[in-house]
Write a protein that binds this ligand. Structure first.
Ligand SMILES: [Zn+2]
Length: 346
C-alpha cells in the first residue's frame, strides 16, 4: 500500500492511499478555513462526556452533485476537498471537526466539569466515483480500505492524547446523512467513550466473541476459515450484523492478508444482501470497534452494522425505552432474521 501526504493550504492533512503511488500534482486548494472551537462537558447523571461543537451548524447539507466536496477536483471546476484529479482512497481532516488538535481550551467558568475536545475527526472517501456503496466498490478497493483503517488506527493511536479511535459509516438520508458520495469517518477521542468502556470491561472478564463461535451456527449469515458474519443472538436491531475474525485480534492492524480479504469481502457482501433484501439502499450505521488504548491484550475487534429497517417500509426508531432506559425491544428473533439474510442472493 502506498501513502501520499498532502498539506492543504488551510493546514489540514490529506492522505492518498493506493495500490499504486500517487503521481498526480495537486491542483489549487479551496480557500475554506477550518471551523474551530469545541469542548466537552461532563454529564454527571449519565457519567459521560458531551461534546459541544456549535460551529457544525453551518456544514454542507446534501450538496448538489456538481458541488460534491468528496469528488476529485477538475482543473476547470470548483476545487473540492480533494485537490487531485483522481485517487483510490482519500482521507482528510474534517473541515467541521467535533474533536480537533486545534479545539482550543475548554471554558472554566461553568457549573460542570469541562475538558478540551483535543482529538481528531477524519473523512475517508472510499472511491472517486460519486455513486456506489461499500457493496458495489471492487473487492480490491475494499481490501485497501481495511488496510487504510489499520493505518489510521496506528497513526492516531501513536498520538499520546488519543485514547480511542472509531471508524464508522453512516448510510442513508433516513438517518441524517448529508453527503451521498461513498465515504466514512473516523473519530479519535481523547477519552474512552461509554460503549467502548463497557465492551472493554466485558472482554476483561471473558472472551465473549470467541465463546460465541461454538454456538454460532443458527445465527451465521456468512462464514469462511477466517471471519464470521452473524446476526448475534442478542441483536438489538432485527437485521443487526456482527462481523469479526475467528482468531483473536485487537484491531485490523493485526490481520493477516487472508483475514483482510475475508473481512473486506464480508462487509461488502452484507451490504449487497441488505440492499437486495428490501430492494432499496438499506440505511445503516457501520461501526468498527477495536481495542481502546491499553486494552489490546483482551479486546476482540469486531464490526457492527446497526441496521435501521425492520421491514421494506418500516424504520426502526429509537424511542422511549431505547433512549430513556437503554433497553431495546425488538420485534423479530435473530435466529429467524439470520436465516432470511443467509438465504438472500444479491
Ligand atoms: Zn462526489
Amino acid at each position: 500500500m502506498h501513502k501520499y501526504v498532502h498539506h492543504k493550504t488551510d493546514g489540514r492533512q490529506l492522505f492518498l492511499y493506493g495500490h499504486k503511488p500517487n503521481k498526480l500534482t495537486p491542483l489549487p486548494d479551496a480557500e475554506q478555513g477550518v471551523a474551530q472551537g469545541s469542548h466537552a462537558r461532563w454529564h454527571p447523571l449519565r457519567r459521560e462526556w458531551v461534546v459541544y461543537a456549535v460551529h457544525r451548524q453551518t456544514r454542507t447539507f446534501l450538496p448538489p452533485k456538481e458541488f460534491c466536496p468528496l469528488c476529485p477536483s477538475r482543473p476547470d471546476g470548483l476545487p473540492t476537498d480533494i485537490p487531485f484529479e483522481n485517487f483510490e482512497i482519500a482521507v482528510f481532516q474534517n473541515r467541521w471537526p467535533s474533536l480537533s488538535p486545534r479545539a482550543g481550551e475548554a471554558p472554566r467558568d461553568l457549573p460542570v466539569l469541562t475538558r478540551e475536545a483535543n482529538g481528531d475527526c477524519e473523512v475517508v472517501v472510499f472511491t472517486p466515483e460519486h455513486n456506489g456503496s461499500l457493496g458495489t466498490i471492487s473487492q480490491e478497493r475494499r481490501e485497501l480500505l481495511v488496510r487504510v483503517w489499520a493505518d489510521r488506527y496506528q497513526e492516531l493511536y501513536s498520538r499520546p492524547e488519543i485514547q480511542y479511535v472509531m471508524p464508522f459509516e453512516n448510510r442513508g438520508e433516513l438517518i441524517g446523512v448529508t453527503m451521498h458520495h461513498p465515504h466514512g469517518q473516523i473519530y479519535a477521542y481523547p477519552f474512552v467513550p461509554p460503549v467502548a468502556e463497557r465492551e472493554a470491561g466485558s472482554f476483561r472478564e471473558s472472551p465473549a466473541l470467541l465463546n460465541l463461535l461454538a454456538s454460532a451456527k443458527s445465527y451465521t449469515v456468512l462464514e469462511d476459515q477466517h471471519c464470521l458474519a452473524m446476526i448475534p443472538p442478542f441483536a438489538r436491531f432485527p437485521y443487526e450484523v456482527l462481523v469479526y475474525p475467528k482468531k483473536f485480534h485487537p484491531g485490523p492492524w493485526a490481520f493477516s492478508d487472508d483475514e483482510v480479504k475475508s473481512f473486506a469481502f464480508m462487509l461488502g457482501e452484507v451490504v449487497r444482501r441488505y440492499d437486495k433484501l428490501f430492494e432499496q439502499p438499506f440505511p445503516y450505521i457501520l461501526l468498527l470497534h477495536a481495542a481502546p488504548k491499553g486494552e489490546e491484550a483482551r479486546f476482540h475487534f469486531h464490526a457492527e452494522f446497526n441496521a435501521y429497517l425492520r421491514t421494506k417500509d418500516k424504520l426502526k426508531y429509537l424511542a422511549g425505552t431505547e433512549v430513556g432506559a437503554g433497553t431495546f425491544v425488538v420485534d423479530a428473533l435473530p435466529e429467524e432474521t439470520a436465516k432470511v439474510l443467509r438465504e438472500v442472493r444479491p
